[in-house]
Ligand binder design. Sequence first.
Ligand SMILES: Nc1ncnc2c1ncn2[C@@H]1O[C@H](COP(=O)(O)OP(=O)(O)OP(=O)(O)O)[C@@H](O)[C@H]1O
Length: 368
Amino acid sequence: MALLEVDGLVKHFVAERSLFGRALAHVKAVDGVSFSLEAGKTLALVGESGCGKSTVSRLVLRLIEPDSGTVRFDGRDLLALDPNALRAFRREAQIIFQDPYASLNPRMTAGQILTEPLALHDLVPPAQRRARVAELLRLVGLEPRLARRYPHEFSGGQRQRIAIARALAVEPKLIICDEPVSALDVSIRSQILNLLRELQDRLGLAYIFVSHDLAVVKHIADHVAVMNLGQIVETAEADALFASPRHPYSRALLSAIPLPQPKAKRTTVLLEGEIPSALNPPAGCRFHTRCPFVIERCRNEAPALLADGSGHATACHRTAELPSADAILPAAGGFSPALAKLVAAFSQKTEGAATAGVGIQGTAPTTT
Ligand SMILES: Nc1ncnc2c1ncn2[C@@H]1O[C@H](COP(=O)(O)OP(=O)(O)OP(=O)(O)O)[C@@H](O)[C@H]1O
């Protein structure tokens, strides 16, 4: 049985109200999202800013209520939990944020920050709390003597370690990592990612790893779900998705990852076209206004997220007929003349990682 099962989750926010309080427009932040996560595994939720990743996280933690859909955690229906059961659940699922400085109380020492959850959930008798704090600090690679310091006395990476230790204090089964390394120096990122992986192996933690950056996700995810405008457009085991992305949006996100070899050539898929407006969401496939492979059907009919035998699921009418990702990503060419024409309008050859370019142009779309 999966640790977490999310089915048909929907959350629309009111974006505009009339003078009399009537809802005039809705943001479809999350619109029919389903996925599952095994204990001890990592699911990465990937997509541009505004695609609904954080809203999914908040729904999974039951910090906000969905309009419809279900969330099952360890076999329990989260939406049916009474206050006591919800309190117990708060221990089992934790979250760490992009900016640890904002999430750590500046007036508390690291020791006090780590003692707080122990006391709140009555996890450790008062006499043993100091030892438990030292243990937590060691677990995240910090010296116990640092317990006396305040957040501003730590580096960004150290602060993220304290935020991780605070999450671990309650011995959770699931941690939502919301862009946990985006605010950190590039040189520190891999240290924090390694720490998260080590802790997962040691403690059997499951992670939902929220990120806009597929390069980061590559180092940590077992499964990836790519989101666009409140919906999952592709989901697969990480290896399968990175080796062979199928949805044009995933291909474009992947093509923006710098190549490991500086001289390697690749075609960067540039997505242009009309960017969907919050008040005028695209009909049919929500990606069609930016898709290089759009056909008439995409404008009228929303594609279902369909899985093949291996569990690789894609929401695209043209999955079966598009060229393999190899034909796009490592600049191997090989398009049929008709597809080459389409791709040419949206792609350009680049050389080397430094000029690999950004795969998506324009500001991120909003959802309605
Ligand atoms: N409380 C709210 N009220 C109204 N709209 C909201 C609210 N929370 C989120 N939204 C909107 O819902 C959409 C999805 O937001 P969300 O924060 O989940 O996206 P995201 O992918 O996590 O983006 P980011 O990476 O920028 O946090 C956005 O259009 C956002 O403006």
